[in-house]
Design a protein around this ligand. Structure first.
Ligand code: 5GP
Length: 180
Protein backbone atom coordinates (compact mmCIF):
# COMPACT_ATOMS: atom_id res chain seq x y z
CA UNK A 1 0.00 0.00 0.00
CA UNK A 2 1.28 3.47 -0.92
CA UNK A 3 1.83 5.36 2.35
CA UNK A 4 -0.58 8.27 2.53
CA UNK A 5 -1.22 10.95 5.09
CA UNK A 6 -4.61 12.59 5.49
CA UNK A 7 -5.90 15.35 7.72
CA UNK A 8 -9.22 15.14 9.55
CA UNK A 9 -10.15 18.27 11.50
CA UNK A 10 -6.92 19.17 13.34
CA UNK A 11 -5.18 15.76 13.22
CA UNK A 12 -2.97 13.93 10.74
CA UNK A 13 -3.42 10.22 10.12
CA UNK A 14 -1.27 7.83 8.09
CA UNK A 15 -2.21 4.61 6.31
CA UNK A 16 -2.13 1.61 8.61
CA UNK A 17 -4.26 -1.38 7.48
CA UNK A 18 -5.23 -1.61 3.83
CA UNK A 19 -8.69 -2.51 2.62
CA UNK A 20 -7.20 -5.71 1.14
CA UNK A 21 -5.81 -6.78 4.50
CA UNK A 22 -9.10 -6.00 6.21
CA UNK A 23 -11.05 -8.09 3.71
CA UNK A 24 -8.57 -10.98 4.06
CA UNK A 25 -9.14 -10.95 7.84
CA UNK A 26 -12.90 -10.74 7.40
CA UNK A 27 -12.81 -13.75 5.05
CA UNK A 28 -11.20 -15.79 7.83
CA UNK A 29 -13.77 -14.61 10.41
CA UNK A 30 -16.66 -15.40 8.08
CA UNK A 31 -15.31 -18.88 7.47
CA UNK A 32 -15.11 -19.52 11.24
CA UNK A 33 -18.62 -18.19 11.76
CA UNK A 34 -19.99 -20.29 8.89
CA UNK A 35 -18.61 -23.39 10.62
CA UNK A 36 -19.46 -22.47 14.21
CA UNK A 37 -23.05 -21.37 13.48
CA UNK A 38 -24.00 -23.70 10.63
CA UNK A 39 -27.06 -25.08 12.42
CA UNK A 40 -27.77 -22.15 14.73
CA UNK A 41 -29.46 -19.45 12.59
CA UNK A 42 -27.58 -16.71 14.49
CA UNK A 43 -28.87 -13.21 15.12
CA UNK A 44 -26.14 -10.67 14.37
CA UNK A 45 -26.44 -7.38 16.24
CA UNK A 46 -24.30 -4.68 14.65
CA UNK A 47 -23.50 -1.76 16.93
CA UNK A 48 -23.94 1.56 15.10
CA UNK A 49 -22.35 3.72 13.93
CA UNK A 50 -18.84 2.34 13.75
CA UNK A 51 -19.55 -1.25 12.70
CA UNK A 52 -21.60 -0.55 9.57
CA UNK A 53 -18.82 -1.25 7.04
CA UNK A 54 -17.45 -4.26 8.91
CA UNK A 55 -20.98 -5.65 9.30
CA UNK A 56 -21.71 -5.24 5.58
CA UNK A 57 -18.49 -6.88 4.39
CA UNK A 58 -18.77 -9.70 6.95
CA UNK A 59 -22.42 -10.42 6.18
CA UNK A 60 -21.70 -10.71 2.43
CA UNK A 61 -19.47 -13.65 3.34
CA UNK A 62 -21.71 -15.35 5.89
CA UNK A 63 -23.34 -18.12 3.91
CA UNK A 64 -25.60 -19.72 6.52
CA UNK A 65 -29.21 -18.88 7.48
CA UNK A 66 -29.05 -15.82 9.77
CA UNK A 67 -30.58 -12.47 10.66
CA UNK A 68 -29.00 -9.08 11.24
CA UNK A 69 -30.28 -6.10 13.16
CA UNK A 70 -28.71 -2.78 14.11
CA UNK A 71 -28.52 -1.34 17.59
CA UNK A 72 -27.08 1.72 19.29
CA UNK A 73 -25.83 2.36 22.77
CA UNK A 74 -26.82 5.50 24.59
CA UNK A 75 -24.53 7.01 27.16
CA UNK A 76 -26.08 8.89 30.05
CA UNK A 77 -25.19 9.81 33.60
CA UNK A 78 -27.08 7.60 36.03
CA UNK A 79 -27.69 9.50 39.29
CA UNK A 80 -28.15 6.22 41.17
CA UNK A 81 -24.75 4.86 40.21
CA UNK A 82 -21.31 6.37 39.96
CA UNK A 83 -20.67 6.53 36.25
CA UNK A 84 -21.99 6.47 32.74
CA UNK A 85 -24.45 3.73 31.91
CA UNK A 86 -24.89 2.53 28.37
CA UNK A 87 -28.37 1.45 27.43
CA UNK A 88 -29.19 -0.63 24.35
CA UNK A 89 -31.46 1.20 21.90
CA UNK A 90 -33.35 -0.16 18.91
CA UNK A 91 -33.35 -3.86 19.75
CA UNK A 92 -36.70 -5.09 18.44
CA UNK A 93 -35.81 -8.74 17.88
CA UNK A 94 -36.55 -11.43 20.45
CA UNK A 95 -33.21 -12.51 21.88
CA UNK A 96 -34.43 -15.27 24.18
CA UNK A 97 -33.06 -18.68 23.13
CA UNK A 98 -31.28 -17.13 20.13
CA UNK A 99 -27.59 -17.48 19.29
CA UNK A 100 -26.46 -13.85 19.24
CA UNK A 101 -23.26 -12.48 17.66
CA UNK A 102 -22.49 -8.84 18.47
CA UNK A 103 -20.62 -6.99 15.70
CA UNK A 104 -18.36 -4.20 16.97
CA UNK A 105 -15.93 -1.84 15.27
CA UNK A 106 -13.34 -1.81 18.04
CA UNK A 107 -12.94 -3.08 21.59
CA UNK A 108 -10.79 -0.64 23.54
CA UNK A 109 -11.33 -0.61 27.33
CA UNK A 110 -14.17 -3.10 26.89
CA UNK A 111 -16.69 -0.92 28.80
CA UNK A 112 -19.06 -0.80 25.83
CA UNK A 113 -19.03 -4.51 25.09
CA UNK A 114 -19.31 -5.38 28.78
CA UNK A 115 -22.40 -3.17 29.18
CA UNK A 116 -23.93 -4.65 26.05
CA UNK A 117 -23.25 -8.26 27.06
CA UNK A 118 -24.71 -7.67 30.55
CA UNK A 119 -27.94 -6.34 29.03
CA UNK A 120 -28.19 -9.06 26.39
CA UNK A 121 -27.57 -11.80 28.93
CA UNK A 122 -30.54 -10.55 30.98
CA UNK A 123 -32.77 -11.43 28.02
CA UNK A 124 -31.94 -15.15 28.12
CA UNK A 125 -30.10 -15.79 24.84
CA UNK A 126 -28.94 -19.32 24.00
CA UNK A 127 -25.43 -17.86 23.57
CA UNK A 128 -23.72 -14.52 22.99
CA UNK A 129 -20.36 -13.99 21.31
CA UNK A 130 -18.57 -10.88 20.05
CA UNK A 131 -17.02 -10.36 16.63
CA UNK A 132 -14.93 -7.21 16.38
CA UNK A 133 -12.98 -5.68 13.55
CA UNK A 134 -10.27 -4.33 15.85
CA UNK A 135 -9.20 -4.91 19.42
CA UNK A 136 -6.68 -3.12 21.64
CA UNK A 137 -5.67 -5.84 24.14
CA UNK A 138 -3.38 -3.47 26.07
CA UNK A 139 -6.33 -1.19 26.91
CA UNK A 140 -8.77 -3.87 28.03
CA UNK A 141 -10.12 -3.25 31.54
CA UNK A 142 -12.58 -6.15 31.81
CA UNK A 143 -11.97 -9.90 31.68
CA UNK A 144 -13.89 -10.16 28.41
CA UNK A 145 -13.83 -13.13 26.08
CA UNK A 146 -13.95 -11.78 22.52
CA UNK A 147 -14.22 -14.86 20.33
CA UNK A 148 -13.79 -13.32 16.86
CA UNK A 149 -11.15 -10.61 16.36
CA UNK A 150 -10.24 -9.61 12.82
CA UNK A 151 -7.11 -7.74 13.94
CA UNK A 152 -5.47 -6.82 17.27
CA UNK A 153 -3.70 -3.44 17.31
CA UNK A 154 -1.57 -1.44 19.76
CA UNK A 155 -3.07 1.41 21.73
CA UNK A 156 -3.17 3.95 18.85
CA UNK A 157 -6.18 6.00 17.77
CA UNK A 158 -7.42 4.81 14.37
CA UNK A 159 -9.97 6.00 11.82
CA UNK A 160 -11.49 4.76 8.59
CA UNK A 161 -13.53 1.77 7.47
CA UNK A 162 -16.43 2.90 9.68
CA UNK A 163 -14.40 4.44 12.48
CA UNK A 164 -14.51 8.21 12.90
CA UNK A 165 -12.70 11.16 14.37
CA UNK A 166 -15.36 13.66 15.44
CA UNK A 167 -17.71 12.39 12.75
CA UNK A 168 -15.19 12.38 9.89
CA UNK A 169 -13.34 9.48 8.30
CA UNK A 170 -15.98 6.75 8.42
CA UNK A 171 -16.04 6.60 4.61
CA UNK A 172 -12.34 5.82 4.20
CA UNK A 173 -11.69 2.41 2.63
CA UNK A 174 -8.46 1.78 4.57
CA UNK A 175 -7.70 2.16 8.27
CA UNK A 176 -5.41 5.05 9.28
CA UNK A 177 -3.65 5.70 12.56
CA UNK A 178 -2.98 9.00 14.20
CA UNK A 179 0.44 10.55 13.52
CA UNK A 180 1.92 11.33 16.91
P1 5GP B 1 -14.54 0.85 24.82
O1 5GP B 1 -15.88 0.96 25.50
O2 5GP B 1 -14.14 -0.55 24.49
O3 5GP B 1 -13.47 1.59 25.58
O4 5GP B 1 -14.63 1.69 23.50
C1 5GP B 1 -15.35 1.31 22.42
C2 5GP B 1 -15.70 2.49 21.56
O5 5GP B 1 -14.74 3.56 21.66
C3 5GP B 1 -15.69 2.06 20.14
O6 5GP B 1 -16.94 1.51 19.75
C4 5GP B 1 -15.33 3.35 19.43
O7 5GP B 1 -16.51 4.10 19.19
C5 5GP B 1 -14.46 4.11 20.41
N1 5GP B 1 -13.03 3.90 20.11
C6 5GP B 1 -12.11 3.26 20.86
N2 5GP B 1 -10.90 3.28 20.28
C7 5GP B 1 -11.05 3.97 19.13
C8 5GP B 1 -10.14 4.33 18.05
O8 5GP B 1 -8.93 4.03 18.03
N3 5GP B 1 -10.69 5.03 17.02
C9 5GP B 1 -12.00 5.38 16.98
N4 5GP B 1 -12.41 6.06 15.90
N5 5GP B 1 -12.88 5.05 17.96
C10 5GP B 1 -12.41 4.36 19.02
Amino acid sequence: MEPRTITLHDCDFSTYISEEEIIARINILAEQINQDYAEKAPLFLAVLNGSFMFAADLMKRVAIPCEISFIRLSSYQDMQTTGHVKEVLGLKEEVQNRHVVVLEDIVDTGHTVKALLDQLNERGPASVEVATLLMKPESLQHPLHVKYVAQSIPNDFVVGYGLDYNGHGRNLRDIYKIVS
